[in-house]
Design a protein around this ligand. Structure first.
Ligand SMILES: Nc1ncnc2c1ncn2[C@@H]1O[C@H](COP(=O)(O)OP(=O)(O)OP(=O)(O)O)[C@@H](O)[C@H]1O
Length: 307
């Protein structure tokens, strides 16, 4: 089976006495755009900084194509491109000069690769202009081009739509989708605004207070609103239930304080319950809801995060 592009395994961060990230588990596939959503202070940046080895993990691991960031950093990080803080670009140099400058710091970036990343983010026309003249959206795209120079399998963008106007967001969306679909890159995008990135994502993971609350399939939620349901179950043992969901139904569930939550078709619910019963899993509670992604987000996060 193909290895996930990125896998978080019980990833934790404690600072002082504060448990900031409380054990995150999820996978991102190649060619998938994964939105990492949560209000300010939820723990997105801390998680992303651990994903790229900028800060130490307190527990767990992050694997890139099966390679551990913790134990095999050099090999794992070769497959990662990231914009974690605002990309450091020199405004007095052209886009091209900036890319050449960054390419020099990397092993084996050919001239052809530089041309390739320029076209991947659609900056062919502006690449000979000074970056100081670029719009914020163009600067972000140049940052993405820079992060792609070494041809990574995983691209991580922390709040790439921050401060962009709708046109800028639309452009980023177009190029991100293209990267995922045509180059098979796995893209992880964080944001505190669902509405800004929903349309560019395949799945959305919602984080609050350092915990993953739910993972939603965006297309299911949008296209088959009638059929796709959010299901929460109180089951014991929860880990076994999650494993069965994964192996028998290819459903990735999220565990939060004894409740597992996942998406499924309504018709599948009785089958899932039968599977659990056959496998000696006790079911204490089942809750089925039909909320839209937006409603779910308001519910989970609270309206205070919407600007
Ligand atoms: N070095 C640190 N020392 C103490 N607390 C920290 C430190 N770094 C982060 N935190 C705390 O950890 C929590 C998560 O912060 P983080 O920056 O990861 O959130 P975020 O989801 O990225 O939010 P934002 O969108 O505002 O950046 C916050 O409560 C923050 O105050």
């Amino acid at each position: 089976m193909e290895k996930p592009a990125m896998k978080l395994i019980d990833l934790k961060k404690t600072i002082g006495k504060n448990e900031i990230i409380k054990g995150l588990n999820f996978e991102i596939k190649s060619g998938e755009v994964f939105g990492f959503i949560g209000p300010n202070g939820a723990g997105k940046t801390t998680t992303i900084r651990m994903m790229v080895g900028l800060i130490k993990m307190s527990g767990g691991d992050v694997q890139i194509l099966g390679k551990s960031i913790k134990n095999d950093y050099k090999e794992a990080i070769k497959e990662v491109g990231a914009i974690v803080e605002n990309p450091e670009m020199y405004p007095f140099m052209t886009g091209m000069q900036n890319l050449i400058h960054f390419a020099r710091m990397l092993p084996n970036v050919s001239k052809e690769r530089i041309q390739e990343v320029i076209s991947l983010v659609g900056l062919e026309k502006a690449i000979k202009e000074k970056v100081g003249k670029y719009s914020l959206g163009m600067r972000q795209r140049l940052g993405i081009a820079q992060a792609l120079l070494h041809n990574p399998s995983v691209l991580i963008l922390d709040e790439p739509t921050n401060g962009l106007d709708p046109a800028g967001i639309g452009e980023i969306r177009y190029y991100i989708r293209r990267l995922a679909e045509e180059q098979n890159v796995a893209v992880i995008i964080s944001s505190h605004l669902l509405s800004e990135i929903e349309l560019m994502c395949d799945r959305i993971g919602i984080i609050k207070n350092g915990e993953l609350i739910t993972i939603q399939n965006v297309h299911d939620a949008a296209d088959t609103e009638q059929d796709s349901h959010q299901i929460q179950m109180e089951v014991t043992p929860a880990e076994k239930a999650m494993e069965l969901l994964s192996t028998e139904y290819e459903i990735e569930a999220v565990l939060k304080s004894d409740l597992i939550s996942f998406q499924s078709q309504r018709e599948e619910i009785p089958n899932i319950i039968q599977t659990f019963v056959r496998n000696d899993i006790s079911i204490y509670q089942v809750e089925v809801s039909r909320a839209t992604l937006e409603e779910k987000f308001f519910d989970l996060i609270g309206e205070n995060v919407i600007e």
